[in-house]
Design a binder for this molecule. Structure first.
Ligand SMILES: Nc1ccn([C@@H]2O[C@H](COP(=O)(O)OP(=O)(O)OP(=O)(O)O)[C@@H](O)[C@H]2O)c(=O)n1
Ligand SMILES: C[C@](O)(CO)[C@H](O)COP(=O)(O)O
Length: 239
């Protein structure tokens, strides 16, 4: 059976503080079209037949309020609401350890990427089925420079080889678990899940996604997300 047709577990990480957003309320609870960002994200996966369960990882003080949201919005695939860790990678590991053992495949997704489409998720799952490890990504449009001390440019990597990495990131569950356990044992902390698998020397491939799968990070992302949601509501795109 193709992995894209099998049952998947999804770890949704939403335990961050949203420092760059700078709001009193953490960004995953800000409203888009009158609904919390995290609920938009969960609804995307709830609606997909391929998904069997979701593990939702939130701030230690937020488990009760989020459990209430899960009930209110009838998010039946949420198997557990777990207290996260101090770094994204710690939160991922906590969720990953609670994915049902019978599931062969798992995806990790940022709770603050509410605009991901089912089409993009399926493309990532299909790529992981071929290579055991795949991430959604888009080719960068700008020229990227590495900048050193005193703002001096030290390198200009060839743009054709540069991709902006998104989530979901999809893996054979046993591979990702092994990678996270090794990273924890060695004290390695990366900024995405591909990095912990790359450290094992295993290939991680990219599935081309789309530029609308934004991570809500800074204040200007909010009106952009509102616009994209409104556009989709009008055109039925991204469903
Ligand atoms: N200890 C952490 C840190 C981050 N995340 C989650 O990882 C995702 C991507 O992280 P990012 O956008 O950096 O979120 P924050 O850490 O909240 O933002 P900032 O870096 O601006 O504080 C978010 O859904 C965030 O909630 C998490 O679950 N646990
Ligand atoms: C996983 C990620 O969303 C891929 O772009 C990103 O690396 C998260 O990084 P952040 O530092 O937590 O924003």
């Amino acid at each position: 059976m193709e992995a894209a047709q099998a049952s998947w577990g999804v770890v949704i990480v939403a335990a961050g503080r949203g420092t760059r957003m700078g709001t009193k309320e953490s960004k995953q609870y800000l409203l888009l079209q009158d609904k919390p960002v995290i609920v938009h994200t969960l609804e995307r996966f709830e609606a997909m037949d391929e998904i069997r369960e979701m593990l939702l990882v939130v701030g230690p003080d937020d488990t009760d309020r989020v459990s209430t949201l899960v009930r209110e919005y009838k998010l039946r695939k949420v198997k557990a609401v777990l207290a996260g860790g101090s770094e994204r990678q710690h939160s991922v590991r906590i969720g990953l350890q609670s994915v049902s053992e019978g599931l062969e495949w798992v995806m990790i997704h940022d709770g603050v990427r509410p605009l991901v489409t089912a089409e993009a998720v399926r493309s990532c799952m299909a790529q992981a089925a071929k290579t055991d490890a795949a991430v959604l990504a888009v080719p960068v449009k700008d020229t990227i420079k590495q900048v050193g001390e005193a703002g001096v440019i030290v390198a200009t990597p060839e743009r054709r080889s540069l991709w902006a990495i998104q989530t979901p990131q999809a893996f054979r569950r046993s591979l990702l678990l092994e990678a996270h356990e090794k990273a924890a044992a060695n004290g390695f902390v990366g900024t995405d899940d591909a990095m912990v698998v790359e450290r094992l020397g295993k290939p991680v491939t990219v599935a081309e996604g789309d530029y609308t799968n934004i991570k809500i990070t800074t204040p200007e992302d909010l009106p952009w997300a509102e616009f994209l949601l409104a556009t989709r509501a009008n055109t039925q795109l991204g469903r």
